[in-house]
Each structure stands twice: as structure tokens, then as C-alpha cells.
Design a protein around this ligand. Sequence first.
Ligand code: FE2
Ligand code: FE2
Length: 347
Amino acid sequence: MTITDPTRTVDSPAGELDVEVDDAVGDEAAFRNLVARLSRQSVDKHYDAYADIPWDDPAYAIDPTDPRWELDDSDPLGATEWYRRQPQEVRAAIGLYRCASAMKIGLQFENILKRGLLEHAFHLEDGDPTFRYAYHEVIEEAHHGMMFQEFVNRTPFELPGLTWDMRLGAARVVGLGRRFPQLFFMFVLGGEDPIDHVQREELRNGTDLHPLLETIMRHHVTEEARHLSFARHYLKREVPKLDPVRRQVLAVATPLILGTMAQLMMQAPKDMIRRFEIPDEVVREAYRDDPAHREATVVSLRKVRRLARELGLINPVSRSLWQRFGIWSDDATTAPAVAPRPQAANA
Ligand SMILES: [Fe+2]
Ligand SMILES: [Fe+2]
């Protein structure tokens, strides 16, 4: 892929909102103000999966042999000798499969997210400002699900998405929206934050993206910025209210969730490995043995790791779990590296 326009910026309201409320953590009025602003922005700037994407424009058509789908060497698999030796149409098909698989997993993750949000909203009291925002988020995620599914439908692939054990776990996550919303919103961050980071890097680096993929990612990061802002500030408001037992459960569950989600989002799925007969040693070289890939995974979780630290969720037990999953950093020396392009669109 080649550099096109490095001046392009990612449209995001999150930074400005984060600064405003970071100064007033625990301040109920500031929280309500943030939620009101996020809700207003959802009215002022939102995208429709069909009205705002020219699906049938010939320039937006998906050709599985299009070289723009090929992985470049900033992708751990794209950087392997094995990948570079494949015929062009196979390299393109692998890249497209990777995008489509990310979207399939993304739309399934967002399905769980929507159900959990509705479960959460069902039990809110009248006048709670988070009710309206939860509904805005459900509506936006419904459009994301439709655009991801439409993309998948326009590829030649049949994708399995989440594995059976993940689907089983997912059903339990929905109930957390009511029973343990702090844990639920940590799950939300675990799914949304790493891939948001990856998509921003892709858009910022101006790689030669297919216009359909670029449009989908731009719509997505704009709306995800609001979702991430809401989840972070919800946690800042609610985690300090937890009793010690629940706080410890959250501290331990956080690295388990983030480690699992990061692996799911940042590595090639098993069905892709089978379909393209990618040898085991190539998979090991690309993911397990590649320090750049490990570093990219760590960097993609930096914001949520900092939040966990700020919320007092790092203790000796939880830190050892972060380390065991390979997602720990003290963040003091971690440069803002550009992550390889693990997946093109998700969550
Ligand atoms: Fe989202
Ligand atoms: Fe989304």
C-alpha cells in the first residue's frame, strides 16, 4: 500500500470531551453535561448504513483480486516471506478475508454490546441521562452492524465469526449490563478501544485504502469516539462506588477480558489460517514470535491500561495477569508507535 494524503485527519470529538471531564471526575454535574453533549452530537452527526454509503457506486465495488486488499509489511502476516511468495490474487484474497472476518466478529461483538446496553437501560430510573445516551449508542451500533454485514455479504466468503465458546461467553456478558455494569463497560472498552486505535492509525497513515473500507472506518471511528468517551467516564463515575469484593473481581477480570479481546481482534482467526493453509511456523513467526506484533498489541491497549491504573484496578494479582497475557506496560517508556495493521475494521 502507498501513502496518499498524510494530512487527512480522523474526525473525533473525544479528545476535547475527555479533557473537559477528566478535570472533574466524580462531579455529577460534569458527568451529566458530558452525557448531554454526547447525546447532542449523536443527533448532529451520525451516519446511516445505507443512506451515507454509496454501496452501488462502481468505485465502491469489491473485487477480491484488487491489490488494495493486500496486506503490506506493517502487518505481521503481510511481512512474512510466505505471504510475499503467494500469487497476487491469493495475497489480495487473504487481505480481503481479514477485513471481512474483522467485520463479522465486529458485528457479533456489537450485537452483544447492543443487547447489554438495552439490558442496562431497562433498569434505569426515570430522568437518568444515561438512558438517552444508551439508546443513541444502540442505534449507532445497529448501523455499524448493518454496514459490516453488508460488506461481508459483498465478499465471496462465508465467515464463521466467533467460535462456539466465545458465543457461550457472550450470552453471559449481556446480563452484566444489569448485574455488573462496571464489568460490562470494561468489556465494551476491551472490544472497542484496540480496534479504534488500529483504525485511527490506518486512516492517519493514509495508506491506499479501498474507498468502501475507508468510508466504513471513518464513519465508525467518529461514532466510536463517543462510545469510548461514555464508557470511560461511566467507569470513572461508577468504579469508585464499588465495594471491595466487586472491585477486586473487576481488577482481576479486566486483564482476562482485555487479553482475550486483544487476541481476538489483533490476530488472524483460525478459519482464515485453515482456509489459506497458512503453515504453523508462519503463524508463529507472524504473531507469537514477532516483538513488533506484541508491542502493537500492548500499545493498542494503552488508554484502557491507563484508565485501569487511574481507577485503582492494578494490584499485584491483577498485574501478574496483565503480564501473563502479554499486555502489560508501565507506559512511561512506551513510545506512541504506529501499530501494524492487524485488522481493517471492527467493533
Ligand atoms: Fe461502539
Ligand atoms: Fe461500532
